[in-house]
Write a protein that binds this ligand. Sequence first.
Ligand SMILES: Nc1ncnc2c1ncn2[C@@H]1O[C@H](COP(=O)(O)OP(=O)(O)OP(=O)(O)O)[C@@H](O)[C@H]1O
Ligand SMILES: O=P(O)(O)OC[C@H]1O[C@H](OP(=O)(O)OP(=O)(O)O)[C@H](O)[C@@H]1O
Ligand SMILES: [Mg+2]
Length: 283
Amino acid sequence: MKTLKIAIQKSGRLNEKSVELLKNCGLNFENYKSSLISPVSNFPLEILFLRDDDIPEYVQDGIADLGIVGENVIEETEVEVSYLQRLGFGKCSLKIAVPNNNNIATLADLNGKAIATTYPVILGKFLKAQGIESDIRTISGSVEISPGLGLSDAICDLVSTGGTLKSNGLKAFADVMSSEAILISSKATESNDLVQELIQRIQSVLRAKETKYVVLNVHKDNLNAVTALLPGVKSPSVVPLAEADWVAVHTVIPERDFWDRISQLKQAGAQGIVVMPIEKIIL
Ligand SMILES: Nc1ncnc2c1ncn2[C@@H]1O[C@H](COP(=O)(O)OP(=O)(O)OP(=O)(O)O)[C@@H](O)[C@H]1O
Ligand SMILES: O=P(O)(O)OC[C@H]1O[C@H](OP(=O)(O)OP(=O)(O)O)[C@H](O)[C@@H]1O
Ligand SMILES: [Mg+2]
């Protein structure tokens, strides 16, 4: 069977999480900073370590079968690829920001103004859709510094905590797009059996990340009240304890409503609640 190639970022914001995800899928490979290609010893796959900007085109052109890259980079490069799976990391927003002491108050105020960005394609489409004509100045990094240097009136760049904007005296003004890391493939390889196998593995890891394994003890009198609060993968497992009339309940709980559920379970009579991380959930 043909060996697949997956392109991930060599270094930067998405590198560590991409490597972690692939390792959690049970793939064995070396992650030396110096090697740009690394074979997987237990799956017909090679990992290419690239600059993120190059990943969408490598995938579109079939040089790599798969890629992990930010949605912002895919949109900016305007490639034809298939979105296989949102990965839940590298979450950020592309925003227009202006200096704190600026009189730009509405989008219309950006008419005729200079906006510095690394994302001229996305910004150009956004402004066109809003009927705004600005002077887009493309720079390749440190965008937040440009208004202070007199190079632009506004910027359009990625924001997550907002710390970089703040420390450069800027405030977010308009949302252009939100983004996260995405698993992409070329249109031609989407249905390949190995690609499908890899997607299944990735989904089982992502599913596990969103849930916790919970074991708790409850008196039989309170069992119905407790199980009513537990969705589980199918339904909770109930195991008798050595102590008469007591049972242990095993189930999984979505991470997002974890604390609410735990306090409801305690109120319903659950005791000795043990919470554990899950490695994989295969449906
Ligand atoms: N502040 C942030 N918080 C979360 N995710 C971010 C943030 N900034 C960028 N990202 C996401 O991570 C991706 C990679 O960001 P990074 O800053 O490492 O890119 P880069 O400097 O262009 O790297 P490369 O050297 O590969 O070209 C971005 O395209 C975006 O999807
Ligand atoms: O809202 P914040 O949490 O402050 O993050 C925003 C910053 O993160 C990104 O740059 P990064 O730090 O990845 O460096 P880079 O410019 O070298 O890519 C982005 O270009 C912003 O500058
Ligand atoms: Mg880049």
